[in-house]
Design a protein around this ligand. Structure first.
Ligand SMILES: Cc1cc2nc3c(=O)[nH]c(=O)nc-3n(C[C@H](O)[C@H](O)[C@H](O)COP(=O)(O)OP(=O)(O)OC[C@H]3O[C@@H](n4cnc5c(N)ncnc54)[C@H](O)[C@@H]3O)c2cc1C
Length: 347
């Protein structure tokens, strides 16, 4: 029976960043993943450490952002591909109060690195209700499908496109076996698919569905800029844009809905008056936790089983830092960040 250090279950942003970190440490591993969850593939892929509604830092903003920028740049080089863009981001300001709030936020520590100044709108098709644009710099967007597809190809020899069968996991004293292989550890990264995991489905991980419209418009002519009102308009290139996403706690599946299509198209039309076509609509389920912190750590009974989940609405930003924390914990006994440690849910 062949033996490897780790079996990674799930290849979204959590599992993939873990795999890259494991490789960097010279650890041997296999990956099993299906396509039942789509959060990473559907995500906006915006690396943004600021909550643009309230102009506050997201939790661990500085650490997550620095780690993410370094990680994704290094993966681009490693995979010899391109999936990072650095567009301008403009927050739409619709009242003098909006403008004052933005200007005062430009003076806050750390936030001042991103929020720069306000300027008059120059887009010919932007709604008249927008009086100024708040400019936000140093925001990146990732083409997550390219990132995942190229990562899968890179790990081809150790990647199995399959449903993980929990009944086939045999847990020994110091290792586990699955199919015909043995592993020292299994790390579960199934996103919202965790609800089917008998070892970890007692954790308070809930789904929060989000949908995007994919819009084609020649008139929009905004291939270098993100616009943010309630929703984001994110350029994809070739006159295509993502517009969304909403948050919804029911119908937790990957099926787009007519109701959200109407809601998003109405919101788009209040932002821009242009000719456009909806060419696609995407949906995915964010794995969110009651206390809004991810969950990392080992199973209370089986010390070979670990979880890395609950990445919520900022998983693309947070995963590189957390994946490193996870592997440093497993192999070098570094502590897991208190706020994300699974121990907070051990009774
Ligand atoms: C609409 C939307 C927009 C978002 N925008 C952003 C953003 O702009 N910036 C940001 O930082 N975050 C964003 N997020 C959040 C981010 O996408 C998630 O936090 C992140 O993708 C979760 O990653 P994950 O790897 O934990 O889960 P997933 O991406 O769901 O990956 C889990 C993987 O495990 C597989 N799997 C599950 N069960 C099994 C099984 N039994 N056997 C085998 N494989 C299995 C799944 O098929 C999937 O491949 C967004 C999310 C959504 C839905």
């Amino acid at each position: 029976m062949t033996h490897k250090d780790v079996l990674v279950v799930g290849f979204g942003i959590a599992g993939s960043s873990l795999a890259h970190q494991l490789e960097q440490l010279g650890k041997s591993f296999d990956i099993v993943s299906n396509n039942s969850q789509q959060a990473t593939r559907v995500a906006g892929g915006v690396l943004n450490p600021i909550v643009l509604k309230r102009y506050k830092k997201v939790w661990m903003a500085k650490e997550f952002y620095a780690s993410a920028v370094k990680f994704y740049s290094s993966i681009e080089t490693k995979l010899k591909t391109t999936f990072i863009q650095q567009p301008n981001l403009f927050k739409l300001l619709q009242s003098p109060q909006d403008c004052n709030d933005f200007i005062s936020a430009t003076e806050r520590s750390y936030i001042s690195n991103f929020l720069t100044s306000i300027k008059s709108p120059s887009h010919p098709h932007l709604s008249n209700a927008v009086i100024k644009l708040g400019e936000v710099n140093h925001i990146y967007t990732l083409d997550l499908n390219t990132y995942l597809d190229e990562s899968m190809k890179y790990f081809n020899d150790s990647f199995y496109l399959d449903n993980f069968n929990y009944n086939k996991l045999k847990i020994g004293n110091s290792s586990v076996s699955y199919q015909s292989k043995s592993y020292q550890y299994v790390i579960f990264c199934e996103g919202y698919g965790v609800i089917d995991n008998p070892f970890f489905n007692h954790l308070p991980i809930y789904g929060n569905k989000g949908e995007y419209l994919i819009i084609h418009s020649k008139d929009l002519n905004s291939n270098q800029s993100i616009y943010k009102s309630k929703y984001f308009l994110i350029p994809l290139g070739n006159d295509l844009y993502k517009f969304g996403a909403n948050y919804q706690r029911h119908e937790l599946n990957n099926e787009p809905t007519e109701a959200i299509r109407l809601e998003l198209s109405k919101a788009f039309e209040t932002m821009f008056s242009v000719d456009y076509q909806i060419v696609d609509q995407l949906a995915g389920v964010r794995p969110t936790v009651k206390d809004r912190r991810p969950i990392l750590g080992e199973h209370e009974k089986y010390s070979q089983l670990f979880i890395f989940n609950g990445n919520g609405s900022r998983g693309v930003l947070a995963s590189p830092y957390l994946a490193e924390n996870m592997v440093q914990h497993i192999f070098y006994k570094q502590p897991i960040l208190d706020d994300v440690d699974i121990k907070r849910y051990v009774v």
